[in-house]
Design a protein around this ligand. Structure first.
Ligand SMILES: NC(=O)c1ccc[n+]([C@@H]2O[C@H](COP(=O)([O-])OP(=O)(O)OC[C@H]3O[C@@H](n4cnc5c(N)ncnc54)[C@H](OP(=O)(O)O)[C@@H]3O)[C@@H](O)[C@H]2O)c1
Length: 178
């Protein structure tokens, strides 16, 4: 069985990036002395599924940060070759969330890290997210790329745990009651 898991940071007003994709407001809060649990989170995953927006941001980093295989969902990129340096590490697809779940099950995946606001929203709409860890950054951005968006009906969550850090970050872990 494949389950999908979200681990993401957002401003208090619910944005994961500014409208132009800038995440400087987040990186400048990065407190190396604080362990926000990312390493432990990713250690338990076997695939990453991300949207094109997140993939294009990661491409601007100094180096490719993931050891896990990454599936990038994108209509634009689906028919393009994966860059030479990322062959074997990255796969492009235009499959729907349900199809992706079936494909990953066929590949023997178990626990999948979902990343990207639009991508997470599409999996939430299909009832395909098991849990969400959201780390709230104490800043209001006013506008930007939202973590959550329109849904056809309420999605009930159960708070599993929450903690705060000296830097002011607040992290909450929710089970999604699909
Ligand atoms: N704060 C954080 O922790 C955090 C984490 C991750 C990302 N970010 C930031 O968030 C920004 C990207 O987020 P985003 O919400 O704009 O984009 P996203 O979800 O990463 O990517 C959206 C794109 O993915 C493609 N896509 C394919 N299948 C999809 C599906 N089922 N559902 C949704 N999209 C699908 C579409 O591209 P096509 O047009 O090619 O089909 C769509 O435009 C970046 O700036 C990144 O740096 C922040």
């Amino acid at each position: 069985m494949v389950t999908t898991h979200v681990f993401i940071a957002a401003s208090l007003d619910g944005y994961i990036a500014r409208q132009d994709g800038d995440i400087g407001w987040l990186l400048q809060r990065d407190e190396p002395a604080e362990d926000h649990g990312y390493a432990a989170f990713i250690a338990g995953k076997d695939w990453i599924v991300m949207g094109r927006g997140s993939y294009e941001k990661v491409l601007t980093f100094d180096e490719w940060p993931y050891d896990l295989p990454v599936l990038v969902l994108s209509r634009q990129l689906a028919d393009s070759p994966v860059p030479e340096a990322l062959k074997g590490k990255v796969h492009f697809s235009r499959r729907t969330p349900k199809e992706v779940m079936n494909d990953l099950a066929a590949q023997n995946a178990h626990r999948v890290y979902l990343d990207g606001g639009q991508l997470i929203q599409s999996f939430l709409r299909e009832g395909l997210v098991a849990d969400i860890v959201v780390t709230t950054v104490p800043v209001l951005l006013g506008s930007g790329k939202p973590l959550f968006g329109p849904i056809p009906q309420d999605i009930d969550l159960t708070l599993l745990s929450s903690r705060s850090f000296p830097s002011g970050l607040v992290q909450s872990h929710y089970r999604v009651n699909n």
